[in-house]
Structures are given as C-alpha cells and as structure tokens.
Design a protein around this ligand. Structure first.
Ligand code: PLP
Length: 284
C-alpha cells in the first residue's frame, strides 16, 4: 500500500513521522475522511472547507492549498487502485523541539499524511438493509466537537461499550439529549419529519449531514434541526445515521428497543438512494 507523508508517496513500511510530533504527543491534529465511488472523490469541497475551518480554529497552517490537496487525494486513489473506499487525511502540528504544552512557533511545518482504504461494496445496500443496533452512552468528549480532531479516545470507548452490549454503535447523550453517534450524525423520523440535532460546539457538522438535509428539503420532506431525547428516538417511526463512509444507514434498535418495525425505514432508504446517486454525479 502506498501512503503519502510530507510530500512523498512511499510504501507503508517506509513512512516516517517524528515521535515529537504533537499529533502523537497531544492528539494535536485534525483529519478528514472522504469516500470514493467509481474511483472519484465524494464531496471533496465540503471536506476541504471543513478541514480549513478545523485548522483555523486550532491556529494551524494548511500544508498546501486545498486545490493541490485535491491532486494528492486523486494521486492516492490512482496509486492504490481505489474503486470504492476512502481517503484518510491527517494534519498534525509537527514539533521542532521538546515536548511543551504551548504551541511551537506559527511557522512550524505541520505533518501531512494520507492513506487509502479499499472497501469494495461500500455503496451496496446489504449493510443498510440489515440496519444498525445502537446503545445510548453518556457523551464524555471535550467541548469542541465541531473541530474534527484526531482526539478520538472517548468515541473508541463508546464503540467498545456498544460491542460489549452486542450492539453496533453508541448514540451519545448529554444533558438528556442525543448529540451524535460515535462517528456519525444521528436522526429520527416521525411521520414526514426528519429530526436531527442543530449545529453547535456539541457535534461535528457532518458533510454528509449537510447534503442529506439539502436533498430531504428538495424532496419536500420536513426537517427540524433540534435536540431530541433517547425516549423520543425509541418512539420514532425510523432512525438513521449519516457519515462519509456509511452514507445513510438505518438504525433499527436503541438500547434493545425496536424502532418502528425494526427494518430499514422508507425515508432512510430513499435518502440513501438519492444521496448515493447525486454524490456519484457530482464526484471529482
Ligand atoms: N460526527 C462525528 C463525531 C464523526 O466522527 C463523523 C465522521 O467521522 C460524523 C459526525 C459525520 O461526518 P461526515 O458526514 O462529514 O463524515
């Protein structure tokens, strides 16, 4: 597998990053995951815009202009022969000196790493038809979840809690309301209304979320961006999650309680179809 490290396309085994890099020592870094269909990138502009925002919030310099970064993504897809899968990109602050809580000087060169993962069948409906079971778990992450940092230990712990309970994922709950899934945005459907949490520091502004809500509105579905409780979710007709690599995937149970008829809901199925179709058309 060919990976990209600071300007070079190299074999996985030859990639090197300093042990003093603040990404390694402080989880001081940001990332993006862009899916690939038909060998093309889905919603690159959305991911690039969010990446720039994450960098700005952390006062970190972009290692290169976003248009050049697009060419690196494309080259990685080509070199690794990705038809369906993903490109992972990570930028960490680097570090020229000793371990220090204060940021190094602003002109410190950040580290840029990309790798790909091939996922044949990513766009197939097999997983979606089965649906996901989720558990609720307290949201114990930090207060700036709108920044896509590589600090992902609590989401990993929540995922392990889900696994231990025999479920697929966790929906995290704060002050009585669902924030989001461990690596996706969370939705419920009641009648013709789709409900998903409003944007803020409490959740990541999903790129898939933005596209799906736009398609929903264009299809005359009603969208409410507001908080909802686990009880409201259990009582919903449908539930689903969105993310770059799962598109729209139904949730069929929460804490062991079946949602609706326990099968993929029609709203989720329709949104998945529209999302994949439109994304393929717009892919770069
Ligand atoms: N929320 C969290 C916490 C995530 O980690 C992710 C994706 O990794 C998302 C939401 C979905 O974002 P996107 O649709 O941009 O993949």
């Amino acid at each position: 597998r060919t990976v990209y490290v600071n300007g070079d396309y190299v074999a996985e085994a030859d990639a090197k990053i300093s042990v003093f890099d603040r990404g390694f020592l402080f989880a001081d870094g940001v990332y993006e995951v862009t899916s690939v269909l038909d060998g093309k990138l889905i919603d690159y502009d959305g991911h690039a815009t969010r990446l720039q925002r994450s960098l700005d919030e952390l006062e970190m310099a972009a290692p290169m202009p976003m248009e050049e970064l697009l060419e690196v993504h494309r080259e990685m897809v080509r070199l690794n022969n990705i038809d369906e899968g993903l490109v992972y990109l990570q930028i960490t602050r680097g570090n020229p000196g000793d371990r220090d809580f204060a940021y190094p000087p602003a002109d410190t060169k950040p580290s840029l790493v990309l790798f790909t993962q091939s996922k044949p069948g990513l766009s197939s409906n097999a997983a979606a038809e089965k649906g996901l079971s989720v558990i609720s778990a307290p949201d114990m992450r930090w207060g700036r979840r709108d920044i896509k940092t590589v600090q992902l230990l609590y989401p990993s712990m929540a995922k392990m809690l889900a696994k231990a309970a025999g479920a697929d994922d966790a929906w995290m709950v704060e002050d009585g309301f669902v924030t989001e899934g461990s690596s996706n945005n969370a939705y419920i459907v009641k009648g013709n209304t789709i409900v998903t949490r409003h944007l803020g520091n409490e959740i990541l502004a999903g790129i898939t979320r933005a596209a799906v809500l736009r398609f929903a509105r264009e299809s005359q579905m009603k969208v409410e961006e507001r908080s909802f409780t686990v009880d409201e979710a259990k009582d919903a007709d449908e539930a689903f999650v969105t993310s770059a690599t799962t598109f729209v995937t139904p949730v069929v149970s929460i804490d062991g309680e079946q949602i609706g008829d326990g099968k993929q809901g029609s709203v989720a199925a329709r949104l998945r179809e529209i999302y994949i179709e439109e994304s393929r058309k717009a892919a770069v």
